[in-house]
Design a protein around this ligand. Structure first.
Ligand code: SF4
Length: 348
């Protein structure tokens, strides 16, 4: 029988994806940005972000010379903002230490912020056509099924086993096509809930298919109930419909992004308002409640609003701005915040 890799390479020639935006005039930079975007984002969602990102930051030098705010504004809505911050940090390192290029070395790639073993492998094979294993979500699924690996996916022993298999299956040439092929196989044929085994080039010796266990693998372990978190947000608004935002600390889920004043209680929110806006009377009013889902918890935000007269002055150690829906494009804000500001400007 033809080797696993040869079958995947041949299949890619006929059925693989060849016109994704990052595949057109491909280079290591485009591979890097697309791989990071695709770490937690679906291809269709990532495509418009990738195109806009490339138009604004066509090369590593321009990316490194841009402000982090500018970079995060192009990440707004994609989520997992640490990815955007790491891309900017890495671009600065590449500009200073690597003449604004990505190094053609797996070890050096892996040493850069935000580039783990699988992303390094993808850049090395797709960007430089060199031999390296990858283990993204699609590949984990294909290999777990093909070799019938039953261990819980989160466990280190299972991951180590999959890395070993990924290494063992590598071809001796056509590295780029093979990597793209196995990724595409997972994305388009060996899909999560509906694998189309009759179209699969490695169906013949796929152990999960033979044992009729394809949809049972990979083993994700028992599903945990998501935690819930409640927060209180305050939107101070001036007479010209500008709203007040503060920059969140670097760490945390929306680190470095512009967001509303946040606390864990209404009373606390009132106190913060009085201190920040040097006001004795409180006029904060309940506006609405919103919900937003993260991968690890569900957020419920109780949103309050306060209308301020004249030119409000503030006392705060945090970086802050007054902004409006038109100016939002130029700063990094999380999607629910963007949505609220846009909605308020429409309803006055
Ligand atoms: S035969 Fe089916 S389960 Fe096995 S790798 Fe192919 S699509 Fe996946």
């Amino acid at each position: 029988m033809n080797t696993f890799s040869n079958r995947v390479i041949k299949w890619h020639g006929k059925s693989g994806r060849k016109d994704l935006p990052w595949q057109i005039d491909k280079n290591p930079y485009k591979v890097w940005i697309s791989e990071v975007m695709l770490q937690q984002t679906q291809v269709n969602t990532a495509m418009p972000y990738f195109n806009a990102f490339m138009e604004r930051f066509p090369n590593i030098g321009i990316l490194a010379d841009s402000s982090i705010d500018d970079v995060l504004s192009y990440w707004s809505g994609l989520g997992y903002y640490a990815r955007g911050r790491n891309i900017h940090k890495t671009a600065c390192i590449l500009k200073n230490d690597y003449s604004s290029s990505l190094p053609c070395s797996l070890i050096e790639l892996e040493s850069l912020p935000g580039i783990g073993r699988s992303t390094a492998g993808a850049i090395y094979s797709l960007g430089f056509n060199k031999s390296a294993p990858i283990l993204d979500g699609n590949v984990k699924r294909v290999l777990s099924r093909h070799k019938r690996i039953n261990g819980i996916l989160k466990k280190t022993a299972t991951i180590n086993k999959l890395w070993k298999i990924s290494e063992e299956l590598l071809p001796s040439k056509n590295h780029e096509i093979y990597t793209q092929g196995i990724m595409d196989l997972g994305a388009t044929v060996c899909t999560r809930s509906n694998p189309n085994c009759s179209l699969c080039p490695v169906e013949q010796d796929c152990l999960a298919r033979i044992h009729d266990e394809a949809t049972l693998l990979p083993n994700r372990g028992p599903s945990k109930k998501k935690k819930e978190k409640e927060v209180f947000w305050l939107i101070p608004k001036d007479e010209n419909d500008n709203v007040y935002l503060e920059k969140r600390e670097e760490k945390g889920i929306w680190g470095g992004l512009w967001s509303f004043i946040e606390s864990d209680g209404e009373e606390e929110l009132n106190k913060i308002f009085k201190i920040k806006f040097r006001s004795n009377k409180s006029s904060i009013k309940k506006y609405k409640e919103i919900e937003h889902s993260f991968s690890h918890y569900d957020l419920k935000a109780k949103v309050f609003i306060v209308s301020l007269k004249g030119k409000p002055t503030t006392k705060t150690n945090t970086e802050s701005i007054w902004t409006n829906s038109k100016e939002l494009q130029s700063i990094g804000t999380p999607k629910p915040i963007q949505k609220l500001i846009t909605e308020m400007s429409q309803h006055g």
